[in-house]
Design a binder for this molecule. Structure first.
Ligand code: ADP
Ligand code: MG
Ligand code: ZN
Length: 192
């Protein structure tokens, strides 16, 4: 008997989903929402975040709206590969902070039949493509760009404005350092 397919979701295969956007756009909320649904469906979910990001808690991914899920902190994307052998669904937050190897690791996981979800900043505070996220967008099956609300004018915001004079690429999480801005209100730093 012919099997009638009622939907177009992939079956018996892995794939990559990327949730990208500026700070405060709801990337972590969206990642948590998708991962919780997988957990409810009793899928084996593992969640990772890079070591650099320890702003709220070392072993959780946490949204600015204080939702959280337990996670494993890793230094190197290859650790994700080693730890994920039995997982069906793999969530990765703050993907922009991982080395370029993240792309190959996600590809290998998806090729092994796993659902891979990555959330991360697509632009840094200068408005330039950030770490491995742009390449991940090129190989992902599903891409979601989340937008925040511009803190100056209220338009949809896709940029992260640094409101202090620091010049390092990564100034993690300190409150009051960043705000969401739209294209019109974003002022790129002139000195970097
Ligand atoms: P991200 O992971 O993209 O930084 P989060 O998922 O951690 O974002 O947080 C999203 C939450 O941030 C929103 O639900 C809201 O509570 C809060 N927030 C703070 N500033 C803004 C803003 N300018 N626009 C939208 N949401 C904001
Ligand atoms: Mg986040
Ligand atoms: Zn604006």
């Amino acid at each position: 008997m012919e099997v009638v397919t009622l939907h177009n979701m992939p079956q018996n295969t892995g794939w990559i989903e990327v949730v990208c956007g500026c700070m405060y756009s709801g990337k972590t909320e969206e990642l948590i929402r998708r991962l919780r649904r997988a957990q409810i469906a009793k899928q084996k979910v593992l969640i990772f975040k890079p070591k650099i990001d320890n702003r709220y808690s070392s072993n959780q991914i946490v949204s600015h709206s204080e939702q959280s899920l337990p996670s494993i902190v890793v230094d190197n994307p290859s650790e994700i590969l080693n730890l994920s052998k039995d997982a069906q669904v793999i969530g990765i937050d703050e993907g922009q902070f991982f080395s370029p190897d993240l792309v190959e690791v996600c590809e290998e996981l998806a090729n092994a039949g796993k659902r891979v979800l990555v959330a991360g900043l697509d632009q840094d505070y200068r408005g330039r493509p950030f770490g491995p996220i742009p390449k991940l967008l090129a190989v992902a099956e599903y891409i979601t760009k989340t937008l925040a609300i511009c803190m100056v004018c209220g338009n949809p915001a896709d940029r992260t404005q640094r409101t202090t004079e620091q010049h390092e690429l990564v100034v993690v999480g300190a409150r009051g350092v960043y705000e969401a801005r739209c294209r019109k209100c974003f002022v790129p730093p002139t000195t970097d």
